[in-house]
Design a protein around this ligand. Structure first.
Ligand code: PLP
Length: 401
């Protein structure tokens, strides 16, 4: 039988081994299940997926519509429109007083793409990559995909869900090639304070072989007067720092698929070539929208953050009033990560029961790493009214068990 007819008869298609190890993000599975339940008539309140519930501000939408009407229908440079890369550099200068050349900025289709590219570039069998646990699940998935050894850096409630510089440094070995940092963080909402970051950067001086991927996608979502300390602000690590950022969260643009990275000298051209091989460029109207987002009025960002802050208080107070649940106040992003160990339930089973039995979608902590057991994640990117209704349902459910 020829290979062709064997396949036609249903032979199993083999992939290279990395694809047996690739993972995913359970938030999308919960989103799909919530959609099914809603389609079946259930009143579902979605506190699962991490995306702002606000529409993209109208001036940004209009910029994209205008770009289409003006005929911006073709490819752009693979690295992004020069004017957009300049606007990113100017924005970073405005916010962090750092001089970044637009030639180091790469516009990519979403924040995720930077972690994909960076981990693909630096991960290989025999290499250690440090990543936060609990953390964004794609870090570990991509590390495993490359065959590198995933080394979790514990993110502890007792430490306000911030990175511990000391613990992170203690996990570095001669095999460590990449350290992934995320502050403000998903899923815990932790913000790593300046002192801790300074300590970490100082300690990294002893480990020049370690590149750093700093995921700062939530950098404008801060509460209680917290400041964002960008890793870009440390010139001593600039030659090995990859910055991940984008528009998805700050400007409520998750579906547009656009983000940016800042790369060190030695890696920029490799990232550019990856872009040429894989996606060519981000679609032109979205780049025009992103330009308007950075250069237009910023009031909508402040309004969204103020609303997230009000919801944060509501959700934390509500969670702390539930039997068996305690929740520290997250300082950033738009997630609460309550400790549910006092309910006596496994976190994933609890999250699943809350969705199936009460219509409240949350994500079990173990979907963010083994240290997520005992926690669930609630995204408060939903209206105050819905958050209050969700908390009522959770209380009724927990009181009855
Ligand atoms: N990094 C973190 C920590 C995130 O939580 C997310 C999205 O949830 C991303 C990156 C990806 O963002 P994007 O939707 O722009 O790909």
């Amino acid at each position: 039988m020829s290979g062709h007819s064997a396949l036609a008869a249903g032979a199993r298609l083999e992939t290279v081994s990395g694809f047996d190890r690739i993972g995913e993000e359970n938030a999308f599975a919960v989103l799909a299940r919530a959609g099914e339940l809603a389609a079946g008539g259930m009143d579902v309140i979605n506190l699962g997926i991490g995306q702002p519930d606000f529409p993209t501000p109208p001036n940004i939408v209009e910029a994209a519509v205008k770009a289409l009407r003006d005929g911006h229908h073709g490819y752009t440079p693979a690295t992004g429109l020069p004017v957009l890369r300049e606007a990113v550099a100017a924005d970073l200068h405005r916010r962090f007083s750092v001089e970044i050349s637009p030639d180091r900025v790469l516009v990519v289709p979403g924040g995720k793409v930077t972690m994909f590219a960076a981990i693909l570039m630096l991960g290989a069998p025999g290499v250690d990559i440090l990543y936060p646990d609990p953390g964004f699940p794609i870090y570990r998935s991509m590390i495993e995909f490359t065959g590198a050894n995933p080394v979790p850096v514990p993110i502890r409630e007792a430490n306000g869900f911030a990175f511990s510089a000391e613990e992170t440094l203690s996990l570095i070995t001669p095999q460590t090639r990449l350290l992934i940092l995320n502050s403000p963080a998903n899923p815990c909402g932790g913000v790593t304070p300046r002192g801790e970051i300074e300590h970490l950067v100082k300690g990294l001086g002893a480990h020049p072989q370690v590149a750093i991927l700093s995921d700062e996608i939530y950098d404008q979502m801060l509460y209680d007067g917290e400041e964002h300390v960008s890793l870009l602000a440390f010139p001593e690590i600039r030659d090995r720092l990859i910055l991940l950022n984008g528009w998805s969260k700050t400007y409520a643009m998750t579906g547009w698929r656009i983000g940016y990275s800042v790369w060190p000298d030695g890696l920029y051209d490799k990232a550019r070539k990856l872009a040429v091989n894989a996606w060519s460029c981000v679609n032109a109207p979205t780049q025009h929208a992103a330009l308007e987002a950075l250069t237009g009025p910023q009031d909508a960002v402040a309004e969204m953050v103020a609303e997230f802050d009000a919801r944060r208080r509501l959700v934390v107070d509500g969670l702390n009033a539930l039997p068996g649940v305690s929740c520290i106040s997250p300082k950033g992003a738009f997630y609460a990560f309550p400790n549910v160990s006092g309910t006596g339930r496994q976190a994933k089973a609890l999250a699943s029961a809350l969705l199936e039995e009460t219509g409240v979608a949350t994500i079990g902590g173990p979907d963010f790493g083994i240290l997520g057991e005992g926690y669930i994640r609630l995204s408060y990117a939903n209206s105050r009214e819905n958050i209050a209704r969700a908390l009522d349902r959770m209380r009724d459910y927990l009181m009855l068990r």
